[in-house]
Design a protein. Structure first.
Length: 387
């Protein structure tokens, strides 16, 4: 710990004392900053926010990790904190190598650009895929590829039968052969069963088709018991994971794969401007996030709250659009006879809760939701569903 700096898990009570020598008069300027006045001390601001887990706030232990980090060049593989994190995450997923990137979108696009090579080619993915709808058209703009989006026959997740039906294996002058199968797990809170992933992976690998996973929230699937990171990781040739969202780091994602894939992915990262200099600033808090939130059991505890909320909603006569599987609860307002706008107004004005957002049916749980906010949510449910 640097002299004069006191940081701890408890938030508001600490004092940050900065001492700086003045060149001019050699006097020492001591400035005392109450930590409660800096944004890092305010992760409790997200304690009432059910709109998305990307509202999680970085914490003081993450700031402490940033203070302690190495500050060498990440773009040239010189930063020990970044290299350690890359090795750590690659190992967790049963792979050889990994590459830090600033965002999940870049992680997906770096992976796809690296996997695709020269056209003609196409990507097969679920019709709801993030790469399809929320990445600014990256697959066409950056990769020049055709995206074949598939509606799963079971209305839940892609299976081998879906993939076999829609993959392009023919390779005449008319075709864009399927070069990548891009899965997402969880898919908007829904878990892809490991056995289905394995079946698709075996089939794809026999045909030389690259398997990519958008695992922005893969940690949530693992916390929910959908398989280990390694079991899932081994089914894919590239994986993108985010350190933000439910893990709560300030930024950063990682692409994971074989050594030669990651070596080529560095070119794609460079092309997209994603190499960073003092990358330890990203890597250090990301490590805190994995160890504290995932392995510290906090993600699972947040999912338990999600489960209790979904049970209460149905016990009170409410309907769900679907069953809770990870940290998301999907409320069927219409089917429950609840006016959605009135519900949000009540939540805000009487209970101080933030609900709604671009996907209004969805309540997202994360580890910073406080017990107090959870109790208020239960009270809101009782009031809204009172007969
Ligand atoms: C499934 C999925 N993939 C990728 C991303 C992109 O992550 P980022 O916002 O870091 O670019 C998101 C973001 O919400 C996501 O939900």
């Amino acid at each position: 710990m640097a002299p004069g700096i006191t940081l701890d898990n408890a938030v508001e009570d600490f004092v940050f004392t900065k001492t700086a020598g003045s060149e001019k008069n050699h006097a020492t300027v001591t400035e005392t900053l109450d930590l409660s006045s800096i944004a890092w001390a305010h992760c409790r601001e997200s304690s009432n926010n059910f709109i998305s887990d990307f509202y999680t706030k970085p914490t003081l232990p993450m700031l402490e990790a940033i203070i302690r980090t190495t500050l060498d060049d990440g773009d040239n593989d010189e930063d020990a904190t970044t290299n350690d994190l890359q090795d750590y995450v690659a190992g967790l997923l049963g792979h050889e190598s990994a590459l830090l990137v600033p965002t999940g979108t870049m992680g997906n696009q770096v992976s796809l650009r690296t996997a695709l090579g020269n056209p003609p080619h196409s990507i097969l993915c679920d019709y709801r895929g993030h790469i399809m709808h929320f990445e600014g058209g990256g697959p066409s703009g950056i990769c020049g590829t055709l995206v074949r989006s598939v509606v799963p026959a079971n209305e839940h997740h892609l299976t081998l039968a879906d993939v076999q039906r829609f993959a392009t294996l023919r390779n005449t002058m008319y075709d864009c052969p399927t070069r990548v199968i891009a899965l997402e797990n969880p898919m908007e809170g829904r878990i892809l069963p490991l056995s289905d992933i394995q079946a698709i992976s075996n089939w794809a690998r026999e045909r030389g088709i690259h398997m990519h996973l958008d695992g922005a929230r893969l940690w949530e699937a693992v916390a929910a018991g959908a398989g280990s990171l390694e079991e899932i990781g081994k089914c894919f040739d590239s994986i993108q994971v985010c350190f933000t969202k439910g893990l709560g780091a300030p930024l950063g994602s990682m692409v994971i794969g074989k050594k030669d894939f990651i070596a080529r992915a560095k070119w794609s990262r460079k092309l997209l401007g994603g190499g960073t200099r003092a990358s330890g600033v990203i890597a250090a808090p990301a490590r805190v996030a994995i160890d504290d939130v995932l392995f510290g059991g906090k993600m699972k505890a947040a999912q338990d709250k999600a489960q209790r909320a979904s049970e209460l909603w149905t016990e009170l006569g409410g309907k769900l659009l679907e069953r809770r599987e990870t940290n998301m609860v999907w409320l069927d307002y219409e089917g429950s006879g609840v006016d959605m706008e009135g519900f949000f107004k009540l939540a805000k004005e009487e209970y101080g809760l933030k609900l709604g957002g671009v996907i209004p049916e969805r309540l997202v749980f994360h580890y910073q939701i406080s017990d107090e906010s959870f109790e208020k949510l239960c009270a809101l449910f009782r009031r809204a569903l009172a007969k």
